[in-house]
Design a protein around this ligand. Structure first.
Ligand code: GLA
Length: 385
């Protein structure tokens, strides 16, 4: 449920526009969006909302309400630059987008805004891409510009690179922008084309947030990208797409153990996405489950981006068993914490949720936040009459 009215509570008048951006989970295709791979995310029914109205003097006033960012911020139209102080860093997603529109030659009117969300931040569910995308939509609506969904996603990705300091791929910004209700998106991260795959009616998607805060800017994410670039140099290829597992295996001693394992994850994950899409079309749930498990193991062992909390949820999922309705569970998103997704037969979803929460609580002493979600449409903007 999207609630609005926070702007009115805060500023005592109605906003002019309301931008709503969902978060996303990725079903398969992890850490290969920045390697020209295919990925298969869905936009989820948890949102970040920006209610906004223009200011007369072109200044900005941003009030986050219970979104896990920092406190309110005010800045003038000449103060659009990257913030370094820890408590201000959340603003970089917004500032980077404002700066991106300006650099592209668009007018960016100042605005007053309230941000709220039922999408948790730092949970690997793309709250940052949602913040960027909702900001972009506010700027477009107030400034009378309209970018296409791919152009907007690229602009938001640039904000994340240049302002937030995370060298992310394009998956999150495209997924929250181009999501379709009831469908998984197959995104080709080389040419940004996409295809839709209906999700079987009998399947529910369960998200479980470990509560371990991932901080992709901390450097491990960047290191993985660099590892893959070094592996490509050594293998003499421009891209890992189309490189076979045999080629990577033949280069094992040249690559050394770490780079070999990073490259092996990339090429096997690319192949898993293709197999997953075929199994999804065929409604072959057993194969989907197997691929999710292989994907998790590859992220855990070869790419080394999992953590004990994520592994515990995955083990608990498979222990629940396919005979009880579990299809598959794996970590989703960048890793180092964040969330898992499970595909589960709809009638078993509440029981699986309870099982994952209890298994996690038994081992770590805290109850993770878990919710059943579904694929929804991408971000949208609404004008308040
Ligand atoms: C983060 C990044 C994405 C992608 C995933 C891993 O969410 O923002 O671009 O690389 O990690 O698949």
């Amino acid at each position: 449920m999207i609630r609005i009215g926070e702007y009115q509570k805060h500023f005592g008048e109605v906003p002019s526009v309301v931008a709503v951006s969902p978060g996303r989970v990725n079903l398969i295709g992890e850490h290969i969006d920045y390697l020209d791979g295919f990925v298969m995310p869905i936009a989820i029914d948890r949102n970040l909302v920006i209610e906004a109205a223009p200011t007369e003097d072109g200044s900005f006033e941003i009030v986050p309400v219970q979104v896990g960012f920092g406190g309110p911020a005010k800045f003038g139209k000449d103060e659009i630059h990257r913030r370094e102080a820890k408590e201000d860093r959340w603003m970089n997603y917004l500032l980077g987008v404002i700066s991106g529109y300006r650099e592209a030659g668009f007018e960016v009117p100042g605005f007053r805004a309230v941000i709220h969300a039922d999408l948790p931040a730092g949970a690997g569910l793309s709250a940052s891409a949602a913040l960027e995308t909702a900001t972009a939509l506010v700027i477009e609506a107030l400034g009378d510009t309209k970018l296409g969904v791919v152009e907007r996603a690229l602009l938001c990705q640039r904000a994340e690179h240049e302002y937030a300091g995370v060298p992310c791929g394009i998956m999150d910004q495209l997924a929250v922008g181009a999501g379709k209700a009831g469908q998984a998106l197959l995104l080709d991260c080389r040419d940004y084309s996409l295809r839709h795959f209906p999700l079987p009616e009998e399947l529910a998607v369960l998200v479980t947030d470990t509560g371990v805060k991932h901080a992709l800017a901390d450097g491990e994410y960047r290191k993985r990208r660099e590892n893959c670039e070094s592996a490509m140099d050594l293998l003499g290829v421009d891209s890992l797409r189309g490189v076979s597992l045999e080629t990577v295996e033949a280069g094992r001693s040249l690559l050394g153990e770490t780079l070999f394992r990073r490259a092996r994850h990339a090429v096997t994950e690319m192949e898993r996405v293709t197999r997953f899409a075929t199994a999804l079309e065929a409604g072959d749930l057993n194969t989907l489950g197997r691929i999710l498990r292989e994907g998790h193991e590859s992220l855990r062992d070869d790419y080394e981006v999992s953590c004990p909390e994520l592994d515990c949820l995955v083990e608990a999922g498979y222990a629940f068993g396919s005979e009880s309705g579990h299809i598959g569970t794996r970590m989703t998103g960048g890793g180092f914490g964040g969330s898992t997704i499970s595909l589960v037969r709809r009638e078993a979803s509440a029981a699986l949720q309870a099982h994952l929460v209890d298994s996690f609580a038994e081992r770590f002493g805290t109850k993770p936040y878990a919710f059943i979600t579904s694929a929804v449409d991408g971000a949208s903007i609404h004008t308040v009459e």
